[in-house]
Design a protein around this ligand. Structure first.
Ligand SMILES: [Zn+2]
Ligand SMILES: [Zn+2]
Length: 132
C-alpha cells in the first residue's frame, strides 16, 4: 500500500496531493512498465533480460523539473544487478528534461523539513490516506 500525501507551500501556492510509495500491483512488471516513458520502459526491459532473477521494486516518488517547474509523481525502478551495481531508473519530465527527485524516506517520514524546489520555502507535507 502507498500513502497519499498533500504537499503545500505557503509561499508559491503549491498545493497538490500525490500517491507515493508502492501500490499492490507494483510487483507485477506488466502493470508497472506502462507507468514509465517509452525510453525508460525499454531500459528496464533490457536490464531485466540481462539480469533475470535479480530482485527489483518500484516506488512512487515526487520529482520537480527545474526546467518547466512541473511537480509530479515519478515511479522509480530500483534493483541491484548481477555485478552488484545499483540500478535506479525513472522517466524524464514531459518537457524532456531530467526531474530532481525528493528523498522519499524524508517525504514519508513527514517530520523533517524539505525545501520547496520552486521557491526554497519549507514544504508542509501531510498524510491524507492510503492507496492500493
Ligand atoms: Zn514554494
Ligand atoms: Zn519539465
Amino acid at each position: 500500500m502507498g500513502t497519499v500525501i498533500r504537499v503545500k507551500c505557503s509561499d508559491c501556492g503549491l498545493d497538490k496531493t500525490f500517491r507515493v510509495g508502492s501500490g499492490m500491483q507494483f510487483n507485477n512488471l506488466e502493470k508497472v512498465l506502462p507507468l514509465f516513458d517509452k525510453n525508460t520502459a525499454e531500459k528496464i526491459t533490457e536490464y531485466l533480460n540481462g539480469n533475470s532473477g535479480c530482485l527489483w521494486y518500484v516506488v512512487n516518488n515526487i520529482g520537480f523539473c527545474p526546467e518547466c517547474g512541473q511537480f509530479s509523481v515519478y515511479p522509480v525502478f530500483y534493483s541491484t544487478s548481477r555485478e552488484g551495481k545499483d540500478i535506479f531508473l525513472y522517466s524524464d519530465c514531459e518537457c524532456g528534461k531530467r526531474p530532481v527527485l525528493l528523498d522519499i524516506e524524508t517525504v514519508l517520514d513527514g517530520t523533517k523539513e524539505i525545501p520547496c524546489p520552486k521557491c526554497n520555502n519549507n514544504l508542509i507535507i501531510s498524510p491524507e490516506g492510503i492507496w492500493d
